[in-house]
Design a protein around this ligand. Sequence first.
Ligand code: SF4
Length: 198
Amino acid sequence: MSNKLQQLKLQAESCIACKLATTRNRVVFGEGNPDARVMFIGEGPGRREDELGRPFVGRSGELLTRIIENGMKLSRESVYIANIVKCRPTVDMAMQKDRAPDQEEVAACSHFLQKQIELIQPEVIVTLGGPSTKFILNSKEGITRLRGQWHSYREIPVMPTFHPSYILRNGGDKSPLKKDVWHDIQLVMKKLDEPGPG
Ligand code: SF4
């Protein structure tokens, strides 16, 4: 990890800027290649991620890893994976249910993600699901309308697609949404194959 990313990670690990600090077990900063060409962005850590301190390691993480490794033929280590918020948002004090981060939490935490993007400078960002897509594109549109088309964030091409947990909730391997995700991922692979500037 580059020194600056490492410093940022240390800052996040001691952060108490929002209420999620009181219920988290581990801060989930994000992981991957600091020189990644592709960066995946979700909304926030879930239960398993909170236990392990790593992003996308539960069931939806397994699906994302399959998309990266089997679909894109990239190693998980070669990309970068992060979330908008670094601590797990839960709906109940029993810590059983996950939810999307609220506006206050996003406002408190998103500077970490913005700095990660600035340091990594990926060639392509893939946003996973509605909350991260809305945040990155500063849009109120739903994911169904935004996915499958190129957008941009500070001149970096952005491809929104469905969150893996949404696919799992809608039929998993048999989900009709898989073909949409595959369509979006193919566009990403095509973009990565295009010759860069110069
Ligand atoms: S979610 Fe972000 S802002 Fe809130 S405590 Fe965790 S690191 Fe800090």
